[in-house]
Design a protein around this ligand. Structure first.
Ligand code: HEM
Length: 127
């Protein structure tokens, strides 16, 4: 066990609970729900694989799906600045709910914020 690996500091149990809580919030969010499938089971399963490796755990996502190419995989969806903000708000609320606190949370959230900005592929709608 090596707590300097964020995956190990957080633990698989808390990470999985975080992701399930997150998609529960995504499903209810008016800006996000329209671009996600109705059944988020498979989405959550892939995100558990992805975030495990993102946090320094085993490369579960790559083993099953190959290189993440995250930005390319998001291109079919209109990711606006508003949707990035909504995604991060759901994640922050999920972190609160599962009790993920302290420097591990701050570092994880900062990385997610950086990655979320990189996913933006569509400017805000201008009326
Ligand atoms: C898949 C939206 C940010 C990781 C998806 C899907 C949508 C989406 C609609 C497809 C779901 C499906 O068909 O199952 C968004 C939005 C974001 C965002 C609106 C706001 C910026 C992120 C971030 C990460 C991430 C920051 C990682 C840190 C993933 C992964 C998948 C995924 C791993 C599954 C890819 C696959 O199909 O293999 N996202 N996403 N997303 N997203 Fe995001």
């Amino acid at each position: 066990e090596n707590k300097s690996v964020p995956f190990e500091a957080i633990g698989e149990g808390m990470l999985h609970k975080l992701i399930d809580t997150f998609y529960h919030l995504v499903a209810q969010h008016p800006d996000l729900a329209p671009i996600f499938p109705n059944d988020l089971t498979e989405t959550a399963r892939k995100q558990k694989q992805f975030l495990t490796q993102y946090l320094g755990g085993p490369s579960l996502y790559t083993q099953e799906h190959g290189h993440p190419m995250l930005r390319a995989r998001h291109l079919p969806f209109e990711i606006t600045p508003t949707r990035a903000k909504a995604w991060l708000a759901c994640m922050s609320e999920a972190m609160d709910t599962v009790g993920l606190i302290g420097p591990v949370r701050e570092d994880f959230y900062a990385r997610l914020n950086f990655t979320a900005q990189h996913m933006i592929n569509t400017p805000e709608d201008v009326e």
